[in-house]
Design a binder for this molecule. Structure first.
Ligand SMILES: [Zn+2]
Length: 437
């Protein structure tokens, strides 16, 4: 028998199997039981959290021929049940809006919708990534959504709800699919491993669950990858070889050292990540992404749609984000972006990275210096952000604007970049007061 990827093999097939989406499942079941199924649904949520599975389950519930009316427990055996599960039923049409974005596609759909279903009770249109539709296509869809034929149901799914026009949203019943907390993903992984008769150290499961970032599908692809190497016994050691360590915790820790202004600890943290075999490129990417999230939360608040993160992580981001003012984030992200560029052209990547870490740890001070300089525009050089790349001094390639600016304040700063890399980290004292809460 050919190998079937886990995400397919273990796709939820009933409402009760919809892992982590209990509220959605309960509401849909209620709608079916009370004969109040809406003509249009909008499923939103990050990828791999069960939107398409839920859409197929609903389609089966409406069309299962094992019962003479819609049911909350489709039989999974009749022809429609089986075809719908594979995404290829004649009456349940799945459209990927990413590749069918045009108005013509929607016109064809509207033409077909007028005809009664071939054998099922309802024609169901599942439109994936619906936010990808063109404006004209949305307008065409809107007309059908306003007055759909009795026998038609629409299930629209999207990962980017903010790109779905309000007119469409208002005509659908919206369900928000939650990103899954690592614990839930872990439970599901355990169940699957058990039924696959594979033994795995609990550390393995935990780490895959964390790496999956809220997406069950990503968790299963990772597990597939590990299984293809590991046979029937998964150990943490094997995982170290195959998957990057879950640096999410590391990112939090590193930012904590920055918030404490503890450059020595920051350097140790960097060393720790490098020691796991991560490339500097990836480490920098990861840090930029983490700081970006903190910045977004700091500026927009923890409920912002700009942040793609599950509830429990939002609170955590918000907590950490308070450590710095928004300008400090801007400064840090800019600095890392410059480091990323410098890494590509330099053979001294590690030195540059170390220097950048020390500068990050002193970021609150640097941004304060900027404020001081801004207050005295007379001797202020051109905007710090667009100074030319330094050519003479390599250690400055990861760019520290304030070091070259002026006076006594700057000398403290410029010395520190290198000094702290040696044992002289007590030469300067971070000023906690420069950070605001
Ligand atoms: Zn059935």
């Amino acid at each position: 028998m050919s190998y079937q990827v886990l995400a397919r093999k273990y796709r939820s097939a009933t409402f009760d199997e919809l892992v982590g989406q209990e509220a959605v499942a309960a509401t849909l079941k209620n709608a079916i039981l009370s004969n109040r199924v809406h003509h249009g649904y909008l499923f939103t949520g990050t990828r791999g959290v069960g939107k398409t599975s839920a859409a197929r389950i609903l389609a089966k519930a409406l069309n299962c021929l094992g019962f003479d009316q819609p049911t909350v427990t489709p039989c999974r055996a009749c022809e429609p049940c089986r075809r719908i599960a594979e995404g290829e039923d004649i009456d349940v049409v799945e459209i990927d809006a990413a590749s069918n974005t045009g108005v013509d596609d929607i016109r064809i759909l509207r033409g077909n919708a007028a005809f009664r279903p071939a054998r099922c009770r309802f024609k169901v249109y599942i439109i994936d990534e619906v936010h990808m539709l063109s404006t004209n296509a949305f307008n065409a869809l809107l007309k059908t959504l306003e007055e759909p034929p009795e026998h038609v149901k629409f299930i629209l799914a999207t990962t980017e709800i903010q790109k779905v026009p309000a007119t469409i949203q208002s005509r659908c019943q919206r369900f928000d699919f939650r990103a899954l907390p690592p614990a839930r993903i872990g439970e599901q992984l355990d169940r699957i491993l058990q039924s696959e008769q594979i033994r795995a150290e609990s550390e393995v499961v935990k780490r895959i669950a964390r790496l999956a970032n809220g997406s069950m599908r990503d968790a299963l692809s990772l597990l597939d990858k590990v299984l293809s190497f590991g046979g029937n016994e998964l150990t943490a050691g094997l995982l170290d070889e195959l998957l990057p360590p879950a640096l999410d915790e590391w990112s939090y820790d590193l930012v904590d050292t920055l918030a404490a202004g503890d450059a020595a600890a920051t350097l140790l943290k960097l060393d720790e990540a490098v020691g796991t075999g991560q490339t500097l490129d990836r480490i920098v990417d990861l840090l930029i992404e983490h700081l970006r999230k903190l910045m977004v939360v700091r500026v927009c608040g923890q409920d912002t749609e700009l942040l793609d993160a599950p509830e429990h992580l939002r609170a955590r981001f918000a907590q950490q984000a308070a450590a710095f003012d928004p300008p400090v984030y801007v400064f840090m992200v800019t600095l890392l972006e410059e480091l990323r560029r410098a890494l590509r052209s330099s053979g001294a990547g590690r030195s540059l990275a170390d220097a950048a870490m020390v500068r990050l740890a002193m970021a609150p001070q640097f941004t304060d210096i900027r404020k001081l300089l801004a207050a005295a525009p007379a001797d202020r050089p051109a905007a710090v952000a667009d100074r030319p790349a330094p050519s003479s001094d390599r250690s400055a390639a990861s760019a520290q604007p304030p070091t070259r600016l002026a006076g006594p304040a700057a000398s403290t700063a410029s010395g520190a970049g290198v000094a702290a890399a040696s044992a002289e980290k007590k030469n300067w004292t971070p000023r906690p007061s420069s950070r605001s809460a």
